[in-house]
Design a protein around this ligand. Structure first.
Ligand code: 5GP
Ligand code: MN
Length: 343
């Protein structure tokens, strides 16, 4: 059991609010959609109107968590999102630590007149929130939401519905890369309690890992055999997904989810980078093993941040220059970390 401090304040804010907005981050992943749907289900069980909003669409394989397509995308229905946000009595942001992580939805949230609460597991939360539940040591935001709802249930007297339990289990499972990273005794405790509450773990497993398209599998094979480069002097690996490759494999959003983890299966690889060419910028995804901080690497060189072993960011340069920039940045970064005795 994980003790969450000051839960009474959240319980009071929820009690006073009729209309609650739940906000998730850009390119929503399992932890984002899971925490939104988990909290939404619980708030609805309490008789609240709860609306989940995200900057853009989540990948198709997560649609089983939102069967009635209730999550609003700011990119497709901006007016609906703005009017919902402006009419809300309380805003709860989850699984991100700064309004920069929600693009233009950030201005809408910042301008809303009601109080804003943060529930998150990334270090360094923005000071704009009036109430913050920040637990970087926890596996996932879904785990944090689970322990928060456990305590809220004790105060407000409702159990979490099964759909919420499934959503929270899913987000925890995906954010830990299927129980591989950042898993604590509290994470297994949560998993056990959720199974007792009726979550069918094999069904969730099938929905998440058994629902891929043929295009994704072929793209994965191509990236590993033709695209991945190993940089032996820095124990690193890099893959660059260009628009050209996307077209060749009929790429759909989410098709490359998790590819950045693959190179870490190689014994000698301690840092893995995955770059994706988009319309406005190159999306950066970084993962590491041992004591290598990709959070610091991303803050220093890739306009981003994240966790110690999983981080992301953005690059603004032609895709053809990305690999060279990565190698150069990594060399500089490793040198600095060594000088500071951090590596
Ligand atoms: P992913 O590689 O799965 O896109 O992101 C891994 C982690 O890096 C996310 O959980 C998030 O914490 C962080 N992250 C991804 N993109 C960004 C970004 O642009 N800025 C910041 N600050 N963090 C990011
Ligand atoms: Mn997360």
């Amino acid at each position: 059991m994980k003790k969450i401090e000051n839960i009474q304040s959240l319980a009071e804010k929820i009690c006073k609010a009729e209309d609650i907005i739940l906000v998730g981050h850009i390119n929503p992943d399992g932890d984002s959609v899971g925490s939104l749907m988990g909290m939404k289900g619980y708030l609805e069980a309490l008789g609240k109107r709860a609306t989940a909003v995200v900057p853009n669409a989540y990948p198709d394989f997560l649609s089983f968590l939102d069967p009635d397509q209730q999550v609003l995308f700011h990119s497709t229905t901006p007016e609906e999102v703005c009017s919902a946000v402006n009419g809300a009595h309380l805003i709860i942001c989850m699984d991100f630590n700064s309004l920069k992580r929600i693009d233009s939805l950030g201005d809408v949230i910042a301008g809303a007149p009601c109080e804003k609460v943060l529930i998150d597991h990334h270090p360094g939360p923005d000071p704009i929130f009036s109430l913050v539940y920040s637990y970087p040591e926890l596996s996932s935001t879904c785990e944090l939401v689970f322990w928060i709802i456990e305590e809220l249930s004790g105060i407000l007297g409702k159990e979490m519905p099964l759909a919420s339990a499934i959503a929270l289990y899913t987000g925890m499972m995906t954010d830990t890369n299927n129980f591989a990273n950042s898993v604590l005794p509290s994470t297994f405790m949560m998993a056990g309690k959720l199974m007792e509450a009726g979550v069918d773990k094999e069904w969730v497993q099938k929905m998440v890992f058994g629902g891929y398209s043929q295009e994704r599998m072929r793209l994965m094979g191509y990236m590993l055999s033709q695209n991945m480069k190993i940089i032996p002097q820095y124990d690193a690996a890099v893959m660059v997904l260009t628009k050209e490759i996307k077209e060749k494999f009929n790429f759909a959003d989410g098709d490359s989810e998790g590819f950045v983890n693959l190179a870490l299966n190689i014994k000698s690889v301690k840092v893995s980078a995955f770059f994706t060419e988009g319309d406005e910028f190159i999306r950066v995804s970084l993962r590491s093993k041992d004591d290598f901080s990709v959070n610091r690497l991303s803050r220093g060189y890739f306009n981003g941040g994240g966790h110690e072993r999983a981080a992301g960011g953005r690059l603004f340069m032609p895709v053809g220059e990305v690999e060279e920039y990565f190698v150069k940045s990594l060399g500089e970064f490793i040198e600095k970390e060594k000088q500071a005795h951090l590596l």
